[in-house]
Design a binder for this molecule. Structure first.
Ligand SMILES: Cc1cc2nc3c(=O)[nH]c(=O)nc-3n(C[C@H](O)[C@H](O)[C@H](O)COP(=O)(O)OP(=O)(O)OC[C@H]3O[C@@H](n4cnc5c(N)ncnc54)[C@H](O)[C@@H]3O)c2cc1C
Length: 306
């Protein structure tokens, strides 16, 4: 089965989630061709094990982001099989535009994929799991960290194609991220703070622990709405980012349904909250009923010993 993967790229090259897209494609018996928008990351894509072909797609339209223009440029190179992209802002939009151009179905934000093609994903803010079966041609976007990445060691053939498309709406400049830290959407470990942190300055304790364990720092909506110092890009939840890290540590977060919608599929959840009845304990694998003032120094000390 032909699978066309739309690589997720950054200014620095290929985003690591692309290896997860390849891993998922291979797991359903696919033969993946990776399209690299703007020709970015072709060498890295070719080295992913199991990739059969890499096409760097170059053109002026890739100088800025316009999902319609990117889709128009990539569409002629997409096969009639399955299109797979990352469930990231650009991947979701481009895959949806290509699906609309081809009149094929799209399933967004899948967390499971099996041969057949059976797709699972969370619905109703993650309260229910939907399982659907689709047939190719179709498009599917996959949530980061929900799939095993394919390994290294590939040596796929690389070609470059020049495509042009009219740019209708372009993002000329991305507003600099308020935080230079690792983004929650990319992280394998996240430590998030809520209104229970009491003051934005107290997020420095979360930053310190994040630096010790290579984590990203997230926040609840109450925290980002209350404090200007906590940027909205850190928000996890229904109206923030949906994350699936291996470990999610929630500190001073009550566990409102809208927050759970963005993090309940994390592999392990640790909650620190002074209220034993806080709903976050309902989804936590490990719960610590304590103030963060008591728990975080102890956690720091233990981590320091490792
Ligand atoms: C349409 C809609 C969309 C929404 N989208 C989101 C979303 O995307 N993400 C999101 O997070 N929320 C979202 N919300 C808001 C959500 O309903 C909650 O209001 C919010 O998640 C609460 O944030 P919080 O847990 O930090 O604050 P609170 O509810 O105020 O909870 C603070 C917690 O900290 C604990 N605490 C206090 N002091 C300490 C201490 N010293 N040590 C340890 N624990 C302490 C308290 O016991 C309490 O459980 C949305 C709401 C709506 C209506």
């Amino acid at each position: 089965m032909d699978v066309t993967i739309i690589a997720e790229t950054t200014v620095d090259g290929l985003h690591p989630v692309t290896s997860q897209l390849v891993g998922a494609a291979i797991a359903i018996g696919g033969t993946p061709t990776v399209l690299c928008p703007g020709g970015i990351g072709t060498t890295a894509a070719a080295s992913i094990s199991g990739v059969s072909k890499v096409i760097g797609v170059k053109g002026d339209c890739f100088n800025t982001f316009d999902s319609g223009a990117w889709a128009a440029a990539l569409n002629p190179l997409v096969s009639d099989g399955v299109i797979i992209a990352a469930s990231a802002p650009s991947g979701r939009e481009v895959a949806a535009q290509i699906a609309a151009m081809r009149g094929i179905p799209i399933i967004q934000d899948a967390t499971g994929l099996e041969a057949g093609i059976t797709v699972t994903r969370g619905i109703y803010s993650g309260k229910a799991i939907e399982t659907s079966t689709v047939t190719a041609p179709c498009a599917i976007t996959l949530r980061a960290n929900a799939f095993d990445a394919a390994g290294e060691g590939g040596s796929a053939e690389v070609s470059t194609v020049n495509q042009s498309a009219d740019v209708a709406v372009a993002v000329r400049e991305a507003i600099a991220k308020a935080s230079e830290r690792l983004d929650v959407a990319e992280a394998n470990i996240i430590i998030s703070g809520g209104r229970g942190m009491g003051d934005p300055a107290n997020f420095s304790h979360l930053n310190e622990i994040a630096d010790m364990i290579g984590a990203a720092v997230g926040a609840s909506r109450a925290a980002v709405d209350t404090w200007d110092e906590i940027p909205h890009g850190m928000q996890v939840g229904q109206t923030g980012k949906t994350v699936t890290p291996s470990l999610y540590i929630a500190v001073g977060i009550s566990g409102a349904i809208q927050h759970l919608a963005g993090m309940r599929t994390s592999k392990y959840i640790v909650a620190i909250n002074k209220d034993p009845d806080a709903p976050i304990f309902g989804v936590a694998d490990y719960g610590i009923v304590a103030t963060w003032e008591a728990a975080l120094p102890a956690l720091k000390e233990e981590l320091g010993k490792l």
